[in-house]
Ligand binder design. Structure first.
Ligand SMILES: [Cu+2]
Length: 337
């Protein structure tokens, strides 16, 4: 029989296990990598600071009273001095909380409005439209004429003016290292901005329970210095040159995949735009990018991400592909372009 008391004794262990998730430097709001995240960390520290101060003051007074006014030997039935109706005391315990709440509220409101500034029309900012789909992320850059998915690429030192929405259910867009989060609502465009200091890689997550693979609705953020970012944009816009040994795979792709996956600069569809896919670091945001992951994904996407909207092309799928076709597809998808 389980002794429930024993579980309580393990509280320190539970706490360690819970906090173990806080260490990943690419996914931590406690290690800000941009100005918005720093503002938000400041607010966290401020509110924690005030709370700790209140707790310390209350406990010091409590312990003092406990010791100072305890019943001494020989004393019995002593009625303490009655303070009911004391204006001084009432003023103290009303005014102090008001002041501490004001100290908290003023910067919170100020930073909240600042974080929601609309920089879409700002010449120095980059406009990115995000659409959340169960269970993948679509990124469009209207001013650059490109669209991509799963790997979000941004320049450093520039405000990224996000305009975010969802195609199906409510999701939430969160890059803990850069700031956020912000709900993505179908039929609504939410506006906010983020900025990265340095060349780095961060993890992005969906922070709103949205279905079977909610926890796998991850994406990658690569911040590049402006020159490399421009190069990435140019690569994305350059017409693809398909190497001779990938031609057959291209045909298999056209016959089976093109209906959902665009492979040009700004096409959108029921699945992620796969233009520039060879250079992406992940497959579907969760698997490391290599031939084996791609094979697993194409043959049985449901085994990797339950409930996603891509049909299987393995023996159990509606349109099974032969081994040669799958090999050629992988060659085509990974061909340097
Ligand atoms: Cu989601």
């Amino acid at each position: 029989m389980i002794r429930w008391q024993n579980l309580w004794r393990l509280i320190p262990l539970w706490m360690v296990l819970l906090l173990a998730g806080c260490g990943d430097p690419t996914t931590s709001a406690l290690r800000p990598r941009g100005p918005v995240a720093r503002d938000q960390l400041f607010l966290m520290k401020l509110s924690f600071g005030i709370m700790i101060l209140v707790v310390v003051v209350v406990f010091v007074i409590y312990l003092y009273v406990l010791v100072r006014f305890r019943q001494k030997k020989g004393e019995k039935d002593i009625v303490p001095k009655q303070v009911e109706g004391s204006h001084t005391l009432e003023l103290i315990w009303t005014v102090i909380p008001i002041i501490s709440l004001l100290i908290l509220a003023v910067p919170t409101v100020q930073y909240t409005f600042k974080a929601l500034e609309d920089h879409r029309g700002n010449q120095d900012a980059l406009h990115v439209k995000v659409t959340a789909h169960a269970f993948w992320w679509q990124f469009e850059y209207p001013s650059l004429g490109i669209a991509t998915a799963q790997d979000l690429v941004i320049p450093t030192g520039k405000k990224i003016a996000f305009e975010i929405t969802a195609s199906d259910v409510k999701h939430s867009f969160w890059i803990p290292s850069l700031g956020g989060k912000m709900d993505t609502n179908p039929g609504l465009n939410n506006i906010f901005y983020l900025q990265a200091d340095e060349v780095d890689t961060f993890k992005g997550i969906c922070a709103e329970l949205c279905g079977a693979s909610h926890a796998l609705m991850l994406f990658k953020v690569n911040s590049l210095d402006p020159a490399n970012f421009d190069k990435w944009v140019a690569d994305m816009k350059a017409p693809a040159t398909i190497p001779a040994d990938a031609k057959r795979g291209e045909q298999v792709f056209k016959d089976n995949c093109l209906s959902c996956h665009a492979v040009n600069a700004q096409g959108l569809g029921a699945g992620p735009n796969l233009n520039g896919f060879a250079k992406r670091e992940m497959v579907a945001g969760i698997l490391p990018h290599n031939d084996e992951s791609l094979r697993k994904w194409i043959l049985d996407p449901q085994a990797q991400k339950p409930g996603n909207k891509m049909p299987a092309f393995g023996p159990n799928g509606p349109k099974p592909l032969g081994e040669q076709d799958v090999n050629d597809l992988i060659k085509y998808l990974n061909a340097p372009q």
